[in-house]
Design a protein around this ligand. Structure first.
Ligand code: 5GP
Ligand code: ZN
Length: 142
């Protein structure tokens, strides 16, 4: 069994609420979301940090980030904005050493909700949130 939790999610041996998949990239809900819809995008192939991540895969991660951002806006999650974030290195609060892109939905005036979300980091219905995102990503472009 792999010691990397994100490799375990990528090879299906550990569960996650998957919202996006292509040949190289997997997207799933963060287990402790700062807001419902908070998604993590990973390269399926292990890369501990940005130094190990090929520019090609980095580009693909960003492109997937654009798709998730569009889905967060267009779906009933109704984001008004999105934060794309990479924590690279312990000093930057990287805690899982399989490089990943955070995609965090934002709403106008959500400063307090976000602050609360940073403390509670909970989504009461992750299966429903994942279903909303998956449907948006699979559905026709509007
Ligand atoms: P980092 O601080 O490394 O940028 O973020 C790691 C993120 O991974 C955190 O937001 C954390 O909640 C999330 N995370 C850690 N373990 C798991 C897990 O087993 N499953 C999922 N879905 N997310 C995880
Ligand atoms: Zn890994």
């Amino acid at each position: 069994m792999t010691e990397c939790i994100f490799c375990a999610i990528a090879d299906g041996s550990s569960p996650a609420h998957i919202v996006y998949e292509d040949t190289d990239i997997l997207g799933f809900l963060d287990i402790r979301p700062v807001r419902p819809g908070h998604t993590l995008l990973i390269p399926k192939k292990h890369a501990a940090d940005l130094a190990e991540l090929s520019p090609e895969l980095g580009g693909k991660l960003f492109v997937a980030g654009q798709s998730i951002a569009a889905a967060l806006r267009a779906s009933s999650i109704a984001a008004d904005g999105v934060n794309l974030l990479v924590n690279d290195g312990r000093a930057a609060f990287q805690s899982v050493f399989h490089s990943h892109l955070h995609v965090v939905p934002r709403h106008h005036g959500d400063k307090l909700t976000l602050a609360r979300g940073l403390l509670t980091r909970r989504d009461n219905d992750m299966p429903a949130t994942a279903a909303i995102l998956r449907a948006q990503l699979e559905g026709p472009r509007r």
